[in-house]
Ligand binder design. Structure first.
Ligand code: EAX
Length: 326
């Protein structure tokens, strides 16, 4: 009888152990970004999470932290460097202050189209820049997309660079962008995205500049009257992992996160593409006045001093190679 009892106990323990092993808690990671969940970065985050769940068969679980839940883009990058945040999808705006080589991507009127940007970022140049991330405790997994940036404001329609004169314009914390709008006659105010909408609503700043998907995701018609389709900067986004976290992964797991980064990048590009035209109509239907006939050459000339000031420091050869990539 005792023998039977022991066998039953052993079998029960074995079953419990097996169940516990298979149901081993998933390793959870936070993926932070500043736009709302219903945005191009939100779609990218969902694609990333789904790909990791599929590839790791539940070993890893990605928790999305949208709308600046873990802070502004600069704060989150600082978190990645020390390992307190695992993953982010971030515009390159603030990344240049951590990885200077990234500034080469942020020059006004450098990229001529979405295809041009994708060829550069998905080719050798994109990988060369990601290779510079490691030394700063960051791992670039893939190049996602924020989009071509346009100017909005609440004072008057901006038809020419002269109309920027004196406008308090929020920019990202990016010295090339600050220099560009200073040269164009605006009064640039660098600010984390998490403070921008309140600043616009309270009139602390008159305007800002962002891609269409950011404007629609945040219902910009509620607090900005004028939109000018300047397309003055192509804004890449990067899917970035903390090197502290990356170094704990084995080679197979690293492959999963690179694959998930690619899925996120594709999802962001698909949402930007779908939103580009439809988004302008949505902004117009909700009351924004849209300036479409922009004198691009005049704006290019107005921001040229930013090139003169920074191109040599941030890789004029890299900038030339980007221009030559067709
Ligand atoms: O969510 O800070 C910015 O303007 C960036 O475009 C950010 O991704 C907006």
């Amino acid at each position: 009888m005792i023998k039977l009892h022991k066998t039953v106990v052993a079998l029960t323990l074995g079953a419990a152990l097996a169940a516990a092993t298979t149901a081993q808690a998933a390793q959870e990671m936070n993926l932070a970004f500043t736009p709302p969940l219903n945005s191009h970065y939100g779609d990218a985050g969902k694609a990333f999470a789904a790909e990791i769940d599929k590839l790791s068969e539940g070993k890893f679980k990605i928790n999305l932290k949208p709308a600046g839940a873990l802070g502004g883009e600069r704060d989150v990058i600082e978190g990645l460097e020390i390992g307190s945040v695992e993953i982010t999808i971030s515009s390159t705006g603030p990344i240049g202050s951590f990885v200077p080589e990234v500034y080469a991507l942020d020059f006004p009127f450098l990229f001529t189209s979405y295809d041009h940007a994708h060829r550069v970022l998905d080719g050798p140049i994109g990988q060369e820049i990601f290779a510079k991330f490691d030394a700063h405790g960051l791992i670039g997994l893939a190049w996602a997309e924020n989009g071509f940036r346009h100017v909005t404001n609440s004072v008057h329609p901006v038809q020419t660079p002269a109309d920027l004169a004196g406008l308090k314009l929020r920019t990202m914390e990016n010295k090339v962008h600050i220099a560009a709008f200073q040269a164009a006659g605006a009064s640039p105010t660098p600010m984390s995205w998490t403070e921008v909408i309140t600043a616009l609503q309270q009139g602390t700043v008159d305007g800002q500049e962002n891609p269409i998907t950011v404007l629609t995701a945040n219902k910009f018609w509620e607090f900005q009257k004028y939109l000018t389709l300047t397309s003055h900067v192509y804004s890449p986004a990067a899917v970035v992992m903390s090197k502290v976290v990356w170094d704990d992964l084995n080679d197979e797991e690293k492959g999963w996160f690179i694959q998930a980064g690619k899925a996120a990048a594709e999802a962001s590009r698909a949402t930007v593409r779908a939103n580009e035209t439809a988004g302008v109509e949505l902004l117009r239907e909700n009351g924004m006045e849209v300036v479409t006939d922009v004198d691009t050459a005049a704006f290019q000339q107005a921001v040229q001093p930013a090139y003169d000031k920074y191109a040599a420091e941030y890789g004029s050869s890299l900038i030339a190679r980007i221009r030559e990539t067709k």
